[in-house]
Design a protein around this ligand. Structure first.
Ligand code: MN
Length: 253
């Protein structure tokens, strides 16, 4: 098995290092990852400027490629240039911080997995609840198991998965997985206004208050109960039901 591994926290982040170590036990792994952190860049791509790439070494062994670009750039370039053949799987993570609810649409981690899915490849994004002392190694062991179990159970069609691991799952003897839809509850829009040393105002997004989850079980509600969540995703943004309804509209110009 060949895995293309990327993330949005950058190639030196502890999450990708831990996952790389685990995935190398089950597959050949090609690491193509941003040179610096790209969290929150979503599905941006670089096309107005050249993309500089540097080969990275770990203990004098080639480890992967550091890309001065976005997570989506990394997947595109990885497939175009650095994978010796078409990979069997694209993995993105482990992100430091959950990518659940509508945050999925801001996430560089998930965007990289979506990019893999654009190419018809099964892709998995993996995120761990934020903690300054996050135990990425434990999370990576869990992620490896979940990824293998996904591969065992999925059909032949390529699929896109978003996996989130709450901190509580790492201290649980028997963490449980729940298959859930993405929560649609809105985050707050608060900004803290501050004054810089020259007296000018500046703003800092606080993303408060967090969403108040509704009654249906979603990634947000399941994560708050300590479940590892898996959400199957699709990137087709067409609202098909409405498309049908709109087909009778008239536009006399
Ligand atoms: Mn990130």
């Amino acid at each position: 098995m060949l895995i293309l591994l990327t993330n949005d926290d950058g190639i030196y982040a502890p999450g990708i290092r831990a996952l790389e170590k685990e995935l190398r036990q089950i597959a050949e792994v090609v690491v193509v990852s941003p040179a610096v952190e790209q969290s929150g860049v979503g599905h941006s791509v670089t096309f107005l400027s050249p993309i500089v790439v540097r080969q990275e070494y770990a203990e004098e062994q080639p480890r992967g490629w550091a890309v001065e670009g976005s997570p989506a750039d990394c997947v595109k370039l990885g497939l175009f240039e650095f994978c010796p053949r078409r990979p069997d799987l694209v993995v993105s993570g482990i992100n430091g911080g959950l990518n659940a609810g509508i945050n999925v649409l801001y996430s560089g981690t998930v965007a990289a997995a979506i990019e893999g899915a654009f190419f018809g490849l099964t892709s998995v994004a993996v995120s761990l609840e934020y903690n300054e002392h996050a135990e990425f190694q434990k999370a990576a062991v869990l992620a490896r198991k979940v990824i293998l179990q996904i591969l065992e159970q999925k059909g032949p069609e390529p699929q896109l998965y978003n996996v989130n691991i709450p901190g509580a799952a790492l201290t649980d003897d028997k963490p449980e997985v729940k298959i859930v839809p993405m929560g649609l509850d809105r985050y707050g829009e608060a900004y803290e206004k501050r004054i810089d040393p020259r007296g000018r105002p500046y703003y800092w997004a606080t993303t408060d208050p967090p969403p108040r989850p509704g009654e249906t079980e979603t990634d947000l509600t399941a994560l708050s109960k300590g479940f590892v969540t898996i959400t199957p995703l699709d990137f087709d943004l067409t609202k098909h039901k409405y498309l049908t309804q709109m087909s009778s509209w008239k536009f006399p110009l």
